[in-house]
Design a protein around this ligand. Structure first.
Ligand SMILES: *Cc1c(COP(=O)(O)O)cnc(C)c1O
Length: 373
């Protein structure tokens, strides 16, 4: 009988009985909003990140928008960021009326190229928004030094990097503000959700008001400032609170899976496996390989082949941000301005690495790739 194979998914939520019970409990309680689960999730996020403040939102995008607003980023300001990220990174800057200024990435880590930042700083530059892409922290020693020298704020888009560390410090404790996404496919999730962490109490106060229409929780209908409704429900907070309990275990499993993939894919001509740069831990939200001209198939051909082999992969990201219509005209992008990002975007492919994969799955992935070489 032919072996029945199930599709190996790129991400897979782990919904245990405790998560289901926690959600049921919220529903039964009748308190669906502004409840205890959100407060407890914030305490847990602050503890995990070793920060004074953690604030939860209904999305990572909301957290990014709030971080920028709380730092006073506004119309006419410029924010330096990477072209190789999810669109929310740039959109949050646009939401403040500010302009994203894109700096090319390093070819080995796909993170902001530290050496190219300073030439893009103008008198309008107010902040750097770094992205810890695929779960790998940026070079924060260098970023902090540049930010300090030019009097800029540093915002970490760590939406993919919860649980990562830099110089042994939790990722949420390094920048002026760090933002996380707790979207369904992220390493820790609440369905839709997000968070920010900071040690700055004034900033935390503004951020709390911003997500609550400018009000303090204990002074309703007094509006201190502009705000939005960026509050999560207590249902999603209950999911997040259960999921974050698994953070260490799942991070370790992702790292082990990544090590096994790298071992299985070593010494293949034209295939570059991900590296972890010094002084940091990579939490492998994605395990992303890169295929050069020396690989026998094109990236898209390999992706199609793997799909036939019941292995789902995705391209993060198929286009660089300044090429999207709503950004292109705004930043006056010309082809060739960001050569490394333009090249890499045609070569990357993210393979399944999530914690529910077993050794047989990992072997199936590496053997399928080897079979075409
Ligand atoms: C997921 C993600 C976001 C946005 O998070 P949402 O929760 O989907 O709003 C922002 N930046 C990066 C790098 C992300 O991966």
């Amino acid at each position: 009988m032919p072996k029945v194979r199930v599709m190996i998914r790129l991400s897979q939520p782990y919904i245990d009985q405790e998560t289901i019970d926690a959600v049921t409990q919220v529903l039964r309680s009748g308190n669906l909003v502004q409840g205890r689960n959100a407060v407890r999730l914030e305490e847990e996020l602050a503890r995990v990140n070793n920060t004074a403040h953690a604030i939860v939102f209904n999305s990572g995008t909301a957290a990014l928008h709030t971080a920028l607003y709380a730092l006073g980023i506004t119309r006419g300001d410029e924010v330096i960021t990477t072209p190789f990220s999810f669109v929310a990174t740039a959109n949050s800057i646009l939401m403040c009326g500010a302009k994203p200024v894109f700096v090319d990435i390093a070819e080995d880590t796909y993170l902001l190229d530290i050496n190219l930042i300073e030439e893009k700083i103008t008198e309008k530059t107010k902040a750097i928004m770094s992205v810890d892409l695929y779960g790998q922290p940026c070079d924060y020693d260098a970023l902090k030094e540049i930010a300090k020298r030019h009097n800029l704020f540093l915002i970490a888009d760590a939406c993919q990097a919860i649980g990562a560390t830099y110089n042994n410090a939790p990722i949420g404790s390094i920048a002026d503000v760090t933002c996380f996404s707790l979207y369904a496919t992220k390493n820790v999730m609440m369905g839709e959700g997000g968070a920010l962490t900071t040690n700055n109490s004034e900033l935390a106060k503004i951020a709390r008001r911003f997500k609550h229409h400018g009000q303090d929780v204990d002074t309703p209908y007094t509006y201190f400032q502009l705000g939005y409704n960026y509050r999560p429900t207590d249902i999603t907070a209950a999911i997040g609170l259960q999921q974050i309990k698994n953070l260490d275990e799942w991070t370790k499993k992702r790292q082990e899976n990544a090590t096994k993939l790298t071992r299985g894919l070593r010494d293949i001509k034209g295939l570059i496996t991900p590296i972890t740069a010094p002084n940091r831990t990579h939490v492998f939200h994605q395990y992303t390989i890169r295929l050069t001209e020396q690989f026998p198939l094109s990236r898209d051909e390999l992706q199609m082949y793997l799909l036939e082999e019941e292995i789902k992969t995705t391209v993060y990201y198929p286009s660089i941000l300044p090429l999207h219509k709503h950004l292109r005209d705004f930043v006056h992008y010309k082809k060739g301005d960001l050569p490394i990002a333009e090249k890499v975007t045609k070569q990357v492919l993210s393979l399944p690495v999530h914690p529910l994969l077993g050794d047989a799955d990992l072997k199936q992935i590496t053997q399928a790739i080897r079979s075409v070489t």
